[in-house]
Design a protein around this ligand. Sequence first.
Ligand SMILES: Cc1cc2nc3c(=O)[nH]c(=O)nc-3n(C[C@H](O)[C@H](O)[C@H](O)COP(=O)(O)O)c2cc1C
Length: 346
Amino acid sequence: MRYLSFPLRNNLFVAPMAGVTDRPFRQLCRKLGAGLAVSEMVTSNSLLYGSAKTRRRADHMGEAAPVAVQIAGSDPATMARAARHNVDHGAQIIDINLGCPAKKICQAMAGSALLKDESQVGRILEAVVGAVPDTPVTLKIRTGWDRDHCNAPAILKIAESSGIRALTVHGRTRACGYSGRAEYETIAALKAGARIPIVANGDIDSPEKARQVLDATGADALMIGRAAQGRPWLFREIEHYLATGARQSAPRADEIHGILLEHLEDLYAFYGLDAGVLVARKHISWYTRGLPGSAAFRQRMNRLSDVAGQRRAIDDFFLGLAERDERLHYAPASETAQSEREGPIA
Ligand SMILES: Cc1cc2nc3c(=O)[nH]c(=O)nc-3n(C[C@H](O)[C@H](O)[C@H](O)COP(=O)(O)O)c2cc1C
């Protein structure tokens, strides 16, 4: 597939998730089947450019092209500078988040609150597109602020006339948070009137659901967030299903064991050992969610604070699973705590 003139393996994108889609996770998802992975937000506040976190988020070493970086904020000039800064540091696609959850880095009225102020949206989009004329700029939105302000069609028109090259839509309003179902019919209506590619997002958690959302929306691509946490191989499963209509077999325990250990090595290297162990806990708990014995395992694992202990606990857990069955059988997501899967409103 070609997207914004980049050749991609497929039209399955990893959603930007602050605190989740760091470089190790993006690289892993790409390796296991995702066509594109959008980075966590990189602040548009230049005061933070020097912070270790911001520098880490802007580190794209070894990342496969195209490198897509998301920015968020509410001031056109600051956003334009952020876009330029990220392009100068390797971004090949700039994605603007009109659903920013993080108050710390977004000034008042940033993020999806901005959806209410259409003329300010226009000013931001034009400033960013103008600041990086050789780099495609995309936009990510919810369907509106709340059910009485579903102005995604107006935002689409503003985006098109500002030179935005693609629009991702999470099929919920900001006020909905993560409740209710994603409205694919709203995305379908947008797609029907769009002159730019539309990426459908929200609640895609299986190969069958991916097929259903593509059919229901006619979208050019799908973006997947929470369901990929701890399941980076979901992308290849969806890719296979879309191509053949058949499900791949459940993954082998020894393969996932190996993928997780490699993921951890990347996290330790990226964050350093102390921070790496803490970041790794979150991912380990996602990888094991829904597997037999995972609750007790997580309790044990959360008490371990060193790399060797973490590796050993994972070896014990996965070798135990492999003895019972060479394939992993996850309980359906609906049977695992929803609260474990939700993040900031975006
Ligand atoms: C932990 C977490 C962090 C998120 N951070 C961002 C973000 O930085 N930028 C953004 O546009 N959306 C963010 N989102 C929203 C996701 O990109 C996506 O739109 C949303 O989760 C719906 O897709 P899903 O149902 O596939 O998870 C975040 C979601 C989660 C769960």
